[in-house]
Design a binder for this molecule. Structure first.
Ligand SMILES: [Zn+2]
Length: 489
């Protein structure tokens, strides 16, 4: 048997002073567990059969959920790809890692999830099919293999992603691997191949002179109020077809783990970077809102024999928790004070009962400027441009249709104070620097992103600063927070 010395070096020999010591995931000479993370872009939580969708559109993910611990209240920190995946990779929210538009790279001082696994001796790979995940932002850091292609709106890219992932697994079948696979087909435009394109057909397809291109239909801001209910139903049915198609692709990867005999020693995580809207709040697509259709995502973790199978956890968690969770789960030492998220490993091991948990912090700086907090019971958000706030009772109003901010003024002011306190919170590990990309690179990325509908109209980037403390102060002022909170130590 191959000897893996990294299993023996936790954590004392590393000499780190502040560590949360994880339970040993392997003994001397044993291979540590591999980790496979699958992110299905734009997959909203309520569009999986096991989460309540009546259609049979996710059989493989349903079966996986039955073998996994599933988090029914998982939040993405941002409603679009770049800041959300960077949160997954850093354990920091977008306001702290600063990669929240297309103009900045991750501060080199911030350790990434892949770097930590690479340092621990894992063979690491990422399969990235979108410009929003380009290496310029820092997404390539820590990956031995960074497999990247810009797949655009209409390519069928899932087979490309999964084939590369399978090739990587086969090429490193005797090593512990850390594999990140991003699947892009569920992202608009919705054009699943036959037969998935006819499986959930509803409404009315595009007629002569009409388009199914979401960017063309909506324009900047993704507003599409003039779209008829029949056309929206058609687009949503095609979105459902993309989910079924992607479900099959995830199944290919899971089958390969079985074939390689690696299912039992592999932690599999399936989640999404954000959801997708179908005019619930006057918008199609994503990026601009913080409502659940854009920020409530699936999250499941499977590790046979180590993580409870079939358990559903209903406490508030977020993608921000994934980095400390995965390090903790496999036994890589880490310093909790470097993260805004928390380890869910004790919960995954059923070692602790569910608790209330902190609200997840939500935000977007693309096309709109909003910040919010969400718990399973309440959702609160402030528009940083207009100053208007919104409060929703999620138990009574899960669709977030009745804004209670004006009727429950006392409750709303408590939530604004909670949001202000959260926005003012500084990282115990120190402020993360802002690393602007060169101007020519910013422009070329912006040009590419415009083809994906990621447009930043003039004025939407207000408040951007070169100094993180000044930027935090600007956001707090825009959110109507008390003067002085920004300078609080
Ligand atoms: Zn995305």
């Amino acid at each position: 048997m191959t000897s893996y010395s990294r299993c023996k070096c936790h954590p004392a020999s590393l000499g780190l002073s502040i560590l949360l010591v994880a339970a040993a995931a392997c003994g001397p000479g044993e291979r540590p567990p591999s980790v496979v993370i699958v992110v299905v872009d734009s997959l909203r939580a309520d569009h999986l059969h096991h989460a309540g969708d009546p259609r049979d559109l996710s059989p493989r993910l349903d079966a996986l959920a039955a073998q996994a611990t599933r988090f029914s209240q998982a939040g993405a920190s941002a409603p679009w790809t770049t800041p959300s995946v960077m949160t997954l990779f850093t354990g920091l929210t977008p306001g702290s890692h600063h990669v929240d538009l297309n103009d900045r790279a991750l501060d080199a001082a911030v350790p990434t999830l892949a770097e930590r696994f690479q340092e621990a001796g894992y063979r690491t790979a990422a399969v990235m099919p979108a410009l929003t995940l380009a290496d310029h932002f820092g997404f390539d850091r820590g990956f031995d293999d960074f497999i990247f292609a810009t797949q655009g709106h209409s390519n069928v890219s899932g087979p490309w992603s999964i084939s590369h992932a399978i090739e990587f697994l086969r090429g490193h079948r005797d090593e512990p691997v850390f594999l990140y696979v991003h699947l892009w087909d569920v992202h608009y435009n919705y054009n699943p191949p036959v037969p998935h394109s006819i499986r959930f057909q509803a409404g009315r397809p595009a007629g002569p002179g009409e388009s199914d291109d979401i960017t063309a239909l909506t324009g900047p801001g993704h507003h599409a109020a003039s779209l008829s209910p029949e056309r929206v139903a058609w687009l949503e049915g095609q979105y459902a077809g993309e989910i079924l198609f992607t479900d099959e692709q995830v199944g290919r990867l899971l089958d390969e783990l079985d074939r390689l005999g690696r299912t039992d020693d592999t932690v599999v995580v399936v989640t999404s970077d954000h959801g997708e809207a179908f005019l619930e709040h006057r918008v199609m697509g994503h990026t601009v809102h913080l409502y659940d259709e854009m920020t409530h995502v699936p999250l499941m973790v499977r590790w046979p024999g180590q993580v409870a199978a079939g358990r559903v956890v209903a406490e508030q968690v977020g993608l921000v928790d994934m980095m400390p969770t995965l390090l903790d789960l496999v036994g890589i030492p880490f310093a909790p004070h470097l993260f805004e998220g928390r380890s869910l490993a004790p919960l995954l091991r059923s070692a602790r009962p569910e608790e209330e948990g902190p609200p997840v912090l939500l935000g977007t700086s693309r096309q709109t400027m909003k910040r919010g907090l969400r718990t399973p019971a309440w959702s609160y958000q402030v528009d940083l441009v207009t100053g208007e706030d919104e409060l929703y009772d999620l138990a009574a109003d899960p669709a977030q249709r009745e804004n209670l901010a004006d009727s429950l003024t006392g409750e709303a002011s408590v939530w604004r104070r909670r949001l202000c306190d959260r926005l003012a919170q500084r990282l115990p590990g120190g402020e993360v620097g802002i690393d602007p990309l060169p101007a020519d690179l910013q422009e070329s990325l912006a040009a590419g992103l415009r083809t994906l509908g990621y447009v930043s109209p003039a004025g939407s980037q207000g408040g951007r600063q070169s100094d993180p403390v000044a930027e935090r102060r600007t956001i707090l002022q825009a959110a109507g927070c008390p003067v002085g909170l920004a300078s609080r130590p």
